[in-house]
Design a protein. Structure first.
Length: 121
């Protein structure tokens, strides 16, 4: 994964949080400041792949810390789980269908396929 890809995932997740509460609005300018801080403060390495990994880890941590500081307590878990799932989806560790099933629960099951089966949930 590239630094730009992780940055994109994190930024659009933060923007999506404004759907939870209109007070959770973050501008691209604010996020770019975090991005610049992550670039300068992350551990340096003579190896390019290690340097990229350091920036990704620091950017993720910095964004998480910055964002959760401004969230209501009730919404912090939602942000945490969405961030984790979005990162895992980008890494192809989970599919879109698995994500939908996890988020929606039994509501994401395709009912016509299950019409003749007994479901215990």
């Amino acid at each position: 994964m590239t630094v730009a890809t992780r940055g994109s995932v994190l930024y659009f997740l933060i923007v999506t949080m404004s759907n939870v509460n209109c007070m959770y609005q973050t501008s691209l300018r604010q996020f770019l400041q975090l991005f610049d801080i992550a670039m300068t403060r992350s551990n340096r390495s003579p190896f390019t792949t290690r340097r990229i990994q350091n920036i990704i880890e620091y950017l993720t941590y910095l964004t998480f810390s910055y964002t959760t500081r401004g969230l209501y307590e009730a919404d912090k878990f939602l942000f945490t789980i969405l961030m984790t799932l979005q990162i895992q989806m980008e890494a192809k560790a989970i599919s879109q269908e698995e994500f939908q099933c996890f988020i929606k629960g039994k509501g994401s099951l395709y009912v016509p396929l299950l019409a003749n089966k007994e479901i215990h949930l």
